[in-house]
Structures are given as C-alpha cells and as structure tokens.
Design a protein around this ligand. Structure first.
Ligand SMILES: *Cc1c(COP(=O)(O)O)cnc(C)c1O
Length: 374
C-alpha cells in the first residue's frame, strides 16, 4: 500500500469536469486579472468566514504582508508572534522592516500562550500576529483582551484554519484582519499560489484593495506605495468550485482524525504517541495537519518505519523560527522557548486527507505500533 502525506489527485478526480469548465470560462473571456471571478470569490469567502468583506491576494504570505502594510507598520515597530509556525508569518514582519518578538506556545494546542503576551509589550509594540496552527484555534478571548487594553492590531494567520471556529466564531473574523492561504496543501487550495484577507472594517478593506494594486485606485495615479498582490481570475474560478466541497472535506478530515485517536488508544499507544488535543473552545477543528508527538526520542524510528511501509509523513516544523540562521541578529538562543523546541523534536504529521478510508488508517496505526514495538 502507498499512502502519500497528501493526495491532491484523489481530490481532483471527482471534480475534474467542473474545474475544467470553470477554467475554460476564464479562457474564453481572456480576462485574467481581478474582475468578476475574484469579486465573486471575495463575497463567498467573506460570507464563509462571517466577515463583511474580503480582498483576494497573491498568496498567504502576501495576505500577511499587505495587512501589516495597511497598518503602516515598519521600521522601529515590534510585532509579537509565535516561533512555532511556517516561516511566512515571521517573514512578513521582517519584510515591512519591523522586529518580530516571540512568545512561546501552549503545550496542548501548539498555539501562542495568551498569558505570556503582556510581558513582551512595550511602546514599540504595534500588532500581534496570531497563528491558528494545524487547524486549531488559538485562545482568542484573552488575546483580544490584552490587545484592546494596549491598543494593538490583531492579525489572525488562519492560513491552515479556514472554517475552523473559536467559540462558534469563524477564525479570521475575530481579529482586525484574517489572513488565509490557498496554497495547494491548505484545506482550500488553488492550482498555484493565492490568498485572501478578510475584515469587518470597511476602511481597512479599502486600504487592502488599494495596496494590492500598487496603491492605485485610479489607473496610473498612486496614493500609496503598494505592490502587485493581486489574485488571478483563474485561481478564483477554481476556488469557487472547490469552496462548495470544503465542508464535506472538513468532515472527512474530522472522521480520519477521530479514527486515529480511536485506533491509537485501542492499541495502547497513548503513552508513546500523543495525539493532538482539541480544546473545548475550538468547536470546529479543521485538521489541516494531524500532528502526533512521538516521545522518548523515537521519532526517527517511526519515520523510517512509515517510509518503509510506503506511508508519507512530515515534520512540521524541525527548527523553531527563533533559531533560524536568518534571525541570528535577534540574538535568541536555544532554551528561550522550551515548548516550541520540544515540539520541534517530537512533532510528526501523518496523512489526514478526507479521501483516506478506515483500512488505510488502520494500516498507518499498525505500522506506527510496529515501529514502537521493536
Ligand atoms: C502556508 C502558510 C502561510 C503562507 O501561505 P502561502 O500561500 O504559502 O504564502 C502563512 N502562514 C502559515 C501558518 C501557513 O501555514
């Protein structure tokens, strides 16, 4: 049996004809940049995320970048975030010239610890970028509380968490900006790069729309220095087709996650293999990744066993961002964020895509069990 970490071909097969006719429609119009297809997607994603408006952009990375730009954040400013995320979260802060300031993660949810944020706030702090990792919500109530008390902008990095909820509120709708990625491996992926920013604030939305198109509202007249952060019509059309299936794919991911927890417990593996928790406040976990913690230094054994059995797995993430070479000048050192460093040594994502069946889940858990027995 061969089970890749993600099987996008299996997702494509049943919707192939629908996608191809959507692509054809764009080809017939030869209208590729922004336009009706993008506007339609913006309306649908805003509605899906319980937000007033959305601004389609070129990637999840640019969604974060343009949100920081819309707040005028730059040199001399600090932005607080987690060291345990994909690089783009922190890269966006550096790209506007601001300084990333890290706060360690909660060991259960892998998201930023709300109670540690306040001690890092000073007069230079302008914003928080809150990542909802692997599809699980960060603890937004205390985060919004500290942000409001200190007058900080809150940018939600929900790239891995479209449709996920915090206390029945869609992620991306709680902070001032909600950033999403349509990278192919995200829960709603396009056929290349794409992203979107949602917001409930109409003046912020106006700034985003202006900045994504070189700061220009009237052609060749520029009020601001923006960039080319536009979303393609082709990608928007494809995404509009796929959005209709997102809820059923999410249920599939939840089913697979439930299956794993049941099987791992049945096999008595809950000591060596810690399954992801789902906090009560996260009432709709969307499982972009199902990340196990393999304790007792056994992760390499499990990886090689899975490899030999034809099963894909991946380490998200092997090196926390405070220890990356490009951030040496921030002068963080090993030991500064112990929970992030511990997770980096233990995390292992296994396949969690909705097309997996019960037999495949069993095979995967059996393989893990065998790896740990020897
Ligand atoms: C994927 C991802 C991004 C970046 O999105 P791209 O579309 O790849 O630029 C940002 N933050 C997180 C947490 C991500 O997982």
């Amino acid at each position: 049996m061969q089970i890749p970490l993600l099987d996008l071909a299996a997702q494509y097969r049943p919707i192939r004809e629908e996608i191809r006719s959507a692509i054809d429609e764009v080809c017939e119009t030869q209208s590729f940049i922004l336009g009706e297809a993008v506007e339609k997607l913006e309306q649908d994603i805003a509605a899906y995320c319980d937000c007033d408006a959305a601004c389609g952009v070129s990637s999840g990375s640019d969604a974060l970048l343009v949100s920081l730009m819309a707040e005028g954040i730059g040199h001399g400013d600090e932005v607080i975030t987690t060291p345990y995320t994909f690089f783009a979260t922190v890269g966006a802060i550096s790209r506007v010239g601001a300084k990333p300031v890290f706060v360690d993660i909660d060991k259960e949810t892998y998201n930023i610890r709300a109670d540690l944020i306040e001690s890092k706030i000073n007069e230079r702090t302008k914003a928080l970028i809150i990542v909802h990792l692997f599809g699980h919500a960060a603890d937004m109530d205390p985060i919004m509380d500290v942000a409001r008390r200190h007058n900080l902008v809150v940018i939600e990095d929900a790239a891995q968490s479209i449709g996920s909820e915090y206390k029945a509120r869609r992620l991306g709708s709680i902070g001032d900006y909600g950033c999403f990625s349509f990278f192919p491996s995200k829960n709603l992926g396009c056929f290349g790069d794409g992203g979107i920013v949602v917001t409930n604030d109409s003046s912020r939305h106006k700034r985003l729309v202006n900045l994504r198109n070189h700061g220009s509202s009237t052609k060749y007249y520029h009020e601001n220095i923006g960039g080319n952060f536009r979303l393609d019509a082709l990608q928007a059309k494809i995404l509009s087709v796929k959005l209709k299936y997102l809820d059923s794919w999410t249920s599939g991911r939840q089913r697979v996650a439930g299956e794993y927890v049941r099987l791992l417990t049945e096999q008595g593996l809950e000591k060596d293999v810690i399954t992801p928790t789902c906090a009560a406040y996260c009432n709709r976990h969307v499982y972009n990744q199902f990340c196990l913690r393999i304790t007792a230094g056994r992760r390499d054994d499990v990886i090689s066993g899975l490899n030999a059995a034809g099963i894909g797995s991946n380490i998200y993430y092997p090196l926390p961002l405070h220890l990356q070479e490009c951030y040496a000048d921030l002068e963080y050192k090993k030991g500064d964020f112990p929970e992030s460093e511990k997770l980096a040594a233990e995390a292992l994502a296994i396949p969690v895509y909705p097309e997996l069946d019960g037999e495949q889940c069993e095979y995967i858990v059996d393989t893990i069990s065998k790896c740990l027995a020897c």
